[in-house]
Design a protein around this ligand. Structure first.
Ligand code: HEC
Ligand code: HEC
Length: 439
């Protein structure tokens, strides 16, 4: 009960001392790609699989592997990127969008003739587009790739066109998503459903007072909780790897064996383009790319917290709790029993409940995925915030304070907490921002 009191009282603690509070920015850490770190405690075999995964995650694909510097094959006919590492790179391999959007150069790489839609900008985040409705008004919700291989030196004879993005934007039918980081993926996967549900049920009186509900997303096939992606729409790392390989890059594989566009003249390879290499006898040589990608994401470590001794960061951690942020952004969940020792009963400092929350009109994208409705989003894990460049599902802001204010909107479960934030003392706000940049 003591906890309620502190949350509510803080709304009274105004008394502004400083001028405006500033997001200290992504100053910490490297600004370019650096090597990803494996989880502590992996054994030699697991490390070998992690390293193999790093290689595959960095691999760049062209249509049939003939483009210089792009030895992987299977790109297209439609694509958003040519490598996992193109979108998941900042501040380390597995992260989110880099500062300079590689999609601009990719549009015309190797002779491609793509037009760059207005919403793809050199200084903006990597973006993926979904359409809300089909032309006949029925729900769409799927990813429409930005680019085609038409014109590329390795795609002679292919002549498919890009979707008419300008028209879809004008009709308010296009929504955007930026990459979510994949680090700590194995830890996220290893959290038992019972832990997620127990955390959902915890602190119920406080949550009622704050107007916070939250519910899990579930898989339509086996009924278990899904947890990956902005709407917690996806079940596992392996499934996400297979889906991303086909959706983002056009590489067919053993989970998604069919091309998304089978236009004659545009399919240059037999399917599945990525597969288990049955002609290889050594395990590490025989694995499919998606298995390699899965092992990278499973074994990559989450970013460590920094500046933990800074008094402002320490106070900010308390402010985070007092305002009620932690009622959605659960600081720590525990993994269950796991066959991998490094994932076995470990604390996961993800700052998320992995649940869906109605975030109101301002953030709604009108897309349903599983149990997630248009305004529902998974509580974004906050680990790695320290070096992140773009925030919220569409990357609309680079400013942490703005990202917090954007939580408010008609119908948002975060409205009371944002009010708490708005009426907090200036120093408390600054401490909070410093804390977030320590993650
Ligand atoms: C063109 C950019 C792009 C490329 C290339 C790309 N991704 Fe992503 N990735 C995204 C976006 C955007 C999301 C968020 C998707 C969503 O939730 O709608 C995402 C999310 C993910 C997630 C979910 C992480 C989480 O916890 O939410 C995983 C896992 C992932 N990608 C793996 C991969 C892998 C593996 C590859 C390479 C095969 C890849 N991605 C290639 C853009 C990209
Ligand atoms: C009702 C649940 C809820 C509460 C309360 C809440 N958040 Fe969030 N937070 C979310 C969700 C859901 C998202 C993802 C929204 C989106 O991208 O559209 C998010 C996103 C964020 C992001 C952006 C992360 C990213 O990956 O882009 C930050 C930063 C953040 N929250 C900080 C806070 C802070 C600080 C507080 C307290 C003042 C807070 N949140 C309170 C649910 C919540």
């Amino acid at each position: 009960m003591a906890r309620h009191t502190s949350i509510i009282l803080l709304t009274l603690a105004t008394g502004s001392l400083l001028l405006a509070q500033n997001d200290p920015g992504p100053g910490r850490g490297p600004q370019g790609p650096t090597p990803a770190r494996p989880l502590p405690g992996l054994n030699a075999n697991e490390l070998a699989w992690f390293n193999k995964g790093v290689e595959v995650f960095r691999e760049v694909d062209s249509v049939s592997g003939t483009e210089p510097g792009a030895a992987g094959s299977g790109l297209g006919p439609r694509f958003n990127g040519n490598s996992c590492s193109q979108c998941h790179i900042h501040p380390t391999l597995g992260g989110s969008s880099p500062r300079v959007n590689p999609q601009v150069a990719l549009a015309t790489q190797f002779g491609a003739t793509n037009r760059i839609p207005d919403f793809i900008q050199q200084n903006g985040p990597v973006r993926v587009v979904r359409f809300i409705r089909n032309t006949d008004g029925t729900p769409d919700g799927g990813v429409h790739d930005l680019f085609t291989i038409t014109g590329r030196a390795d795609a002679a004879g292919c002549n498919i066109q890009q979707p008419d993005f300008a028209t879809e934007v004008r009709r308010n039918n296009a929504i955007f998503r930026i990459p979510t980081p994949v680090f700590g993926g194995g830890l996220l996967e290893a959290i038992p459903e019972s832990t997620i549900l127990a955390n959902m049920a915890a602190n119920s009186a406080t949550k009622v007072l704050l107007g916070i509900r939250g519910r899990e997303n579930r898989n339509g096939n086996d009924g278990t909780i899904t947890r990956f992606g902005w709407k917690a729409q996806n079940k596992s790392l392996l499934l996400f790897a297979g889906e991303a390989y086909n959706v983002e890059q056009g590489v067919t594989n053993e989970i998604f064996p069919n091309e998304r566009d089978e236009t004659p003249g545009c399919t240059f390879n037999a399917t599945a383009e990525d597969r288990t290499h049955l002609d290889q006898s050594r395990a590490l040589d025989s694995i499919s790319d998606i298995t390699g990608l899965m092992h990278f994401m499973k074994f990559v470590a989450p970013p460590p917290q920094t500046n933990t001794q800074d008094p402002s960061v320490q106070r900010g951690g308390q402010v985070f709790t007092q305002l009620g942020c932690g009622m959605c952004h659960t600081p720590t969940l525990q993994t269950g029993r796991n066959t991998v020792a490094a994932l076995d009963r470990k604390p996961v400092t993800l700052y998320s409940d992995l649940l869906l929350h109605n975030m109101g009109d301002g953030l709604a994208d009108g897309i349903n995925q599983g149990n997630a409705r248009g305004a529902d989003w998974r509580t974004a894990p906050l680990w790695g915030l320290g070096a992140r460049l773009f925030f919220l599902h569409d990357g609309r802001t680079q400013d942490l304070a703005e990202a917090i204010r954007a939580h408010a909107g008609r119908g948002s479960e975060a409205n009371t907490v944002v009010n708490n934030y708005n009426s907090a003392a200036a120093q408390s706000k600054q401490d909070l921002l410093n804390f977030l940049r320590s993650l």
